[in-house]
Each structure stands twice: as C-alpha cells, then as structure tokens.
Design a protein around this ligand. Sequence first.
Ligand SMILES: [Zn+2]
Length: 99
Amino acid sequence: MSLLKGKFQQQGYLTREQLKEYAKIQNISYQLVKKVLSDLGIKIYDIKPGERTNKTDKGYEKCVLCGKKTEIKSSHPISDRDYYEKGVGQLCRECYQDL
Ligand SMILES: [Zn+2]
C-alpha cells in the first residue's frame, strides 16, 4: 500500500481510477484495496475534485466577441439558439444587442 499512501500524501485524496490501477498491478481485487484504504481513513473520489465543475464550464458556448461564457449550451442546436449570428458565431446577450 506504500505506493498509494505516497500518492495520497501528495494529492490529499485518491481516485477510483488510481485504486483500480493499483489493484491491477498488485493482482488483488479493487474491493480489497478500497476496504483497506477506508479502514485507514483515506478518502476515495470517483472523479478528481474540480473535474465536475470544469466539465459544466466547458458545456457552454463562449461569446466570440468578448469571450464571456454564455447561457447557451454547446449541445444546443445552432438553429434554435438565442444570440447566434450566422457567419459570426455565438454571442452573449450584451454583444448581440450592441450589434
Ligand atoms: Zn460578448
């Protein structure tokens, strides 16, 4: 477990991926690694902290003029978007009104 403990001291947390990787290397089950770590009081994250917020940020379009994040989701169809200017791109409300 010293490898995982070292990582834990470095990062302050461990991810599920790291546990799985370790279990594979050591040829032991992931459930066992998880149990031993939780007995040691080590926190396990399903994802890296902060990853989730980055993802939601990326899910939104940025204004092509001022670079500000808009309320328009990237997955939203262009034909159905507000403040979208053909040949220009996605704008925020303020820039769109200034045009
Ligand atoms: Zn703008």
